[in-house]
Write a protein that binds this ligand. Structure first.
Ligand code: IVH
Length: 678
């Protein structure tokens, strides 16, 4: 049989399986028996085994989890369910601890006690108990909004329905992991690719009787909303959970030195294969809840916790080609296209080569045999070349001097903070019309932290882009869903789901909107700072006007976190007419909510600046406190400033003098702590 024919058969089978997945998961109405389903699945896996080039995202060998169904009610989490940053080495953990100490302004002999907990690879859930009664169970969803899966969770034996303990808080959201043990997984239908997939799939059954058939377990490890909290430490909470009748992990431990951390990680990693559940690392949480609250979080993950992954898996393959991808910010990333290999259960066919310097340093060439490393959900990378296997007439790889997408001469920028030339080669995209950059911006636009259009992933963007259906973000709101429903792989249900998701995404807050338009150097935090300044979209639109922009940018420079780099980038972006047109078109399509500032607090309506180090807290913590209390941080002394806080350690005299001249209220460290009641 020809390659093309095999591919056609393969895709047909994948689509068939997809249809049955939908019938089973979304409509709870399977058309075929489990046996026939398994046969189709096996046929796909056999084909992949025989013809290594076959690969598809929807294949049972690739799929993890199933997309949330619209059949459950969506409910807000009272406290968001955050995600965790990853660490892959002990150095990463040392870094994590250093950052915590810096933030809390602790000196080196001080130690931070951590709760070290195995990270079970399952599905997280939040269980709300009111007066001891299990009253609402939610899936994580996007972290802010979850699905109401109460009835399914009620079928899990490990989850108590009622707790009659005097020390159980009046309201408590218990967070933990729903999972299937490895041994139970072996016993159940082979409908799922792995235990995690099985847990996710069965939790999302419409009929709780179906969930009941699958031996789900629950281990508790966290909390959301709590009234009144009667524990001071995470480790104390874990002990209480046990007395209240919940399962906690028997391998939980309290650690405080880097040696303890490393030893514990090694010990559990060695036991990994003998443990009866899948775990992909450990989670470390600052044990003191008071410190957790001081540390807070950045974007979606807490500063006080991190996941320490187990070591990465490796494999060898051959580089077939090196392709250059152009990212959203114009960065040219070389990607090695390799002979597909299976590394730890995942088929890898691409590996990042990072940048030109990396290729030179490792002397990576087309047709080389290379060692590939895959760690968690991070893009696989090339570790080194097996030079013994190198082809004699292989040639060094020439990094392109011109953008492969638009032909502009590439540049390496000077980085003002490192005072060095960047390692990254960039397409300068002078007219903002480089095709690949436009396409990547679309992917950014629909992504989770931007418009968060449910089910609108990178692959769909690529597909619609190839079909010339979208070019600019506003095009997404003009899509023809009738046409989409007739496309390959689509149907009326999926097209209508996409339509609903797009409609829902039109309600957006100003900070998310600013982030989503993808201005270089304006990340999530800077977008918030800008939104806090503009407050509403009308005010934001003033930046389109050349004269007004000058004044705005001048003011923005005073804001903390906004420097020359950001201001230059804003000037370049908004002086381009096609950007102005695109952003205006987009504004017309969206309902942009005003930025919600905190309208109370001791610093409400006040501007504050700091100079000099404080002894009891870091600058970062002081700033976070001001913002929490409704204030705004400025970066330069001007008439607009209400308070200058002068720390004991090395304040800038010039700033203090200027503040005195302008008759600005000056606070020394003691008055600052006094204001905070500390
Ligand atoms: S704490 C802010 N603790 O890992 C704290 N998560 O990458 C966030 N997980 O979504 C979660 N075991 O599904 C926490 N002992 C543990 C955990 C754990 C497994 C999962 C959970 C979470 C993901 C975070």
């Amino acid at each position: 049989m020809e390659k093309k024919e095999i591919e056609i058969i393969y895709i047909k089978k994948i689509n068939e399986l997809k249809k049955h997945d939908r019938a089973y998961f979304e409509h709870d109405n399977p058309i075929i028996s489990d046996k026939v389903y398994d046969e189709i699945k096996q046929e796909i896996l056999n084909l992949e085994k025989k013809y290594k080039y076959l690969k598809n995202k929807n294949s049972p060998s690739e799929k993890v989890g199933y997309k949330p169904s619209s059949k459950f009610a969506k409910i807000n989490h009272s406290v968001p369910m955050l995600s965790l940053a990853n660490a892959f080495s002990i150095e990463n953990i040392e870094d994590f601890l250093k950052k915590i100490k810096n933030f809390l302004n602790l000196k080196n002999p001080d130690t931070i006690t951590l709760s070290a907990e195995p990270k079970i690879d399952g599905i997280s859930a939040s269980l709300k108990y009111i007066n001891g009664n299990f009253s609402l169970g939610l899936s994580r969803g996007d972290g802010k909004v979850g699905e109401d899966i109460t009835n399914n969770l009620k079928t899990i034996k490990d989850i108590p329905q009622k707790i009659n303990k005097a020390d159980f808080p009046k309201i408590l959201d218990i967070r933990g992991e729903v999972y299937i043990s490895k041994s139970d997984f072996k016993k159940i239908s082979k409908k799922f690719a792995n235990p995690r997939n099985a847990a996710g799939g069965s939790l999302r059954q419409k009929d709780p009787n179906e969930t009941k058939k699958i031996p789900l377990k629950f281990v508790a490890y966290g909390f959301g909303d709590v009234e009144k909290r009667n524990f001071e430490k995470q480790s104390e909470y874990l002990k209480l959970l046990k007395t209240w009748g919940f399962n906690t992990n028997s391998l939980n431990k309290v650690v405080s030195t880097i040696n303890d951390i490393e030893k514990n990680h090694k010990e559990i990693e060695t036991q990994r294969s003998t443990i009866d559940y899948d775990l992909d690392g450990l989670v470390y949480k600052v044990d003191s809840i008071k410190l957790q609250n001081r540390l807070g979080f950045v974007s979606n993950s807490p500063r006080w916790a991190i996941a320490h992954k187990f070591s990465a898996e490796k494999g060898f393959s051959i580089i077939k080609n090196i392709e250059i991808q152009v990212g959203r910010t114009g960065a040219l990333t070389p990607v090695a296209k390799i002979e597909p290999i299976n590394i730890g259960g995942v088929v890898v066919s691409n590996a990042t080569l990072h940048n030109e310097d990396e290729i030179i340093r490792k002397d990576i060439r087309i047709s080389d045999t290379v060692c590939i490393q895959r760690a968690g959900d991070v893009i696989p990378q090339v570790l080194y070349v097996d030079k013994k296997k190198r082809n004699k007439n292989s040639k060094k790889f020439n990094f392109p001097d011109y953008c492969p997408s638009c032909g502009s001469k590439t540049v390496k920028e000077f980085n003002y903070s490192t005072k060095k030339k960047d390692a990254v080669t960039r397409c300068p995209d002078p007219k903002f019309d480089c095709k690949q950059i436009l396409r990547e911006k679309l992917k950014h636009f629909v992504s989770k932290d931007a418009l968060n259009i449910d089910g609108f992933g990178k692959k769909i963007i690529q597909n619609f882009w190839d079909l010339n259906m979208i070019k600019y973000p506003a095009d997404i709101f003009k899509l023809d869903f009738k046409k989409i429903s007739n496309l390959d792989g689509w149907g009326s249900l999926s097209a209508s789901n996409l339509e609903k998701a797009i409609k829902k995404s039109k309600e957006i807050t100003l900070d998310k909107f600013i982030f989503s338009i993808g201005i270089r150097h304006i990340g999530q935090e800077n977008a918030k700072t800008l939104a806090r300044y503009f407050l509403n979209i009308n005010k934001f639109e003033e930046i389109f006007d050349k004269e007004k922009r000058k004044k705005i940018l001048n003011y923005l420079l005073e804001l903390d976190g906004i420097g020359e780099t950001q201001v230059n980038s804003l000037e370049i972006f908004f002086s381009n007419t096609s950007n102005l047109k695109n952003v205006s078109n987009l504004i017309k399509k969206l309902n942009i909510d005003d930025f919600k500032t905190i309208k109370s607090g001791i610093f409400y309506g006040k501007t504050i600046m700091f100079t000099g180090g404080l002894s009891k807290m870091s600058r970062a913590e002081a700033k976070a406190l001001v913002e929490k209390e409704g204030g705004k941080i400025l970066g330069t002394t001007s008439k607009k400033l209400d308070y200058l806080v002068v720390g004991d350690s090395k304040p800038t005299i010039k700033k203090v003098d200027k503040a005195k001249q302008l008759k600005i209220k000056i606070l020394d460290e003691n008055s600052w702590y006094g204001l905070l009641n500390r």
